[in-house]
Design a protein around this ligand. Structure first.
Ligand code: F0G
Length: 457
């Protein structure tokens, strides 16, 4: 007998309180925050789906590992344990710890970027794009066409368009220092990249003499999708699939705040000795000595343990199934969601949800604010607010207007998620009455974090 209830493969060991608020209190709080959900006090949020980054619950064994942390400035055994755990999955020669993913990006692109250069990816995440553009280089997204269509049910919508990549590398010979591949494709809906596509991307890059780096934050979720969806992969261990993914690349950047189950952490790993030396020199300038990077020894221990837990099949089955549970319930209620449901998040299609709000009045922002006001659920706009402003100052609509409901790992129960489903239903009823926003203040880079908005009448 196969039971339908998703049983979380853990029981609760320690709890944190949630504070209840009224809709009136939330309306005041979000107005005071300039209608930017990043500006809220998290005490005023009931279910926080802003991000799955650093917000997960650590396991008993991770908290125990924290006690083993050795805080030596140089040569800490905690570093050896961390490096072994990383190399067990990603057998790169050099492993360079950083305080989070963007620090690894900053170091890599400081070494490789610069004016006149181009760095393609399937889709760059916001910090990756910003770090590339900060060096004067251009960040180019070459995801397959299905990856830009919220309704397409392609099983690997994160795939790189390898024909376009090949043509791009031919046209820009000598101007591409590295190609990135984001696993899973976060900005494109948490969609996986197939092993076959990683293999083809790797072959194209290497034919052109260009290294391939993985932005591998959600590698385990990506590998689980490969196991479930790719012909011939269904019987394999996830850790073996991960090693296959890694062997096709020349290096990786990592945010350990995602699949490695950390509250903080990241790394840069690579095979090239000369580049590693350059990166370590930059690391010492901004992060710390190479055996701790930006981290405490105790964090390195917690991440080493997290890396063992995240490739567990029972965990991954629950993880992917519970995200799909939210997405499928919303779709069944007629709420437009990006298909297929991603690994770490459900993406509401704000363009379809609020068709009366034009892109430059930020339908995703309007939807995210409405979810917060109605039920204290905090999601994140991934649309024109995040991607619409360009380095030359121009503003254009983003390819998709999404609101991401990201699920922190091992944090919320099915009843929390059932509540989120109810709140989305309520906002769907209010949809025709919602209006757009204008931006009253924005910074030069990464405006979505600190911009202030005003509702349009
Ligand atoms: N790459 C991807 C694909 C990411 O999703 C993130 C972070 C980073 C790099 C940067 O890592 O935060 O450790 O510096 N994404 C978070 C999110 C913030 O909400 O999706 P970081």
């Amino acid at each position: 007998m196969a039971f339908r209830t998703i049983v979380e493969p853990f029981r609760i060991h320690s709890v944190a309180p949630l504070r209840m608020t009224t809709e009136e209190q939330r309306r005041e709080a979000v107005a005071a925050a300039g209608y930017n959900l990043f500006g809220l006090h998290s005490d005023d949020v009931l279910i926080d789906l802003l991000t799955d980054s650093g917000t997960g619950a650590m396991s008993r064994d991770q908290w125990a590992a924290i006690q083993h942390g050795d805080e030596s400035y140089a040569g800490s055994p905690s570093f050896e344990i961390f490096r072994s755990a990383v190399q067990a999955l990603f057998p790169f020669v050099h492993v360079i710890p950083t305080h989070q993913g963007r620090a690894a990006e900053k170091i890599l692109f400081t070494a490789l970027g610069g004016a006149g250069l181009s760095i393609p990816s399937n889709t760059h995440f916001d910090t990756t794009r910003a770090n590339i553009e900060y060096t004067g280089a251009e960040a180019v997204d070459l995801v397959i066409a299905e990856g830009r269509d919220p309704a397409s049910r392609h099983p690997f919508k994160g795939n790189m368009d390898t024909a376009r990549l090949d043509a791009f590398l031919t046209q820009n010979a000598g101007r591409v220092p590295v190609v990135m591949l984001t696993l899973t494709n976060n900005s494109g809906g948490g969609q996986p990249v197939s092993l076959e596509n990683i293999r083809e991307t790797s072959a194209v890059c290497h034919r052109h003499g260009v290294p391939l780096f993985l932005d591998a934050c959600r590698f385990a979720e990506n590998a689980w999708f490969i196991r479930e969806r790719e012909p011939g992969q269904g019987e394999r261990e996830v850790s073996d699939i991960v090693r296959d993914m890694a062997r096709l690349a020349d290096g990786m950047t990592m945010s350990a705040k995602k699949d490695p189950m950390g509250n903080i952490g990241g790394w840069l790993a690579l095979n090239d000795d000369a580049l590693a030396e350059q990166c370590r020199a930059l690391l010492i300038l901004t992060e710390g000595f190479p055996t701790y990077g930006g981290l405490a020894g105790r964090d390195l221990e917690a991440l080493a343990q997290g890396l063992k837990e995240v490739v567990d099949h029972d965990y991954l089955r629950y993880r992917i199934r519970s995200t799909a549970y939210l997405g499928e319930a919303l779709a069944k209620a007629g709420i437009p969601v990006l298909q297929p449901i991603g690994g770490h998040a459900v993406y509401l299609d704000a363009k379809a949800f609020l068709p009366h709000i034009p892109p430059l009045q930020y339908p995703g922002q309007a939807l995210a604010v409405a979810l917060y006001e109605a039920g204290g659920v905090r999601g994140c706009e991934i649309g024109t607010v995040m991607f619409g402003r360009h380095p030359d100052g121009s503003e254009t609509p983003a390819t998709m207007e999404l609101v991401r409901l990201a699920i922190p790992r091992r944090t919320y129960t099915q009843s929390h998620i059932d509540y989120v489903i109810e709140v989305c239903g309520e906002v769907a009823r209010r949809a025709p009455t919602l209006s757009g926003y204008r931006i009253s203040h924005e910074p030069k880079q990464l405006r979505h974090f600190t911009a202030r908005f005003e509702p349009l009448a």
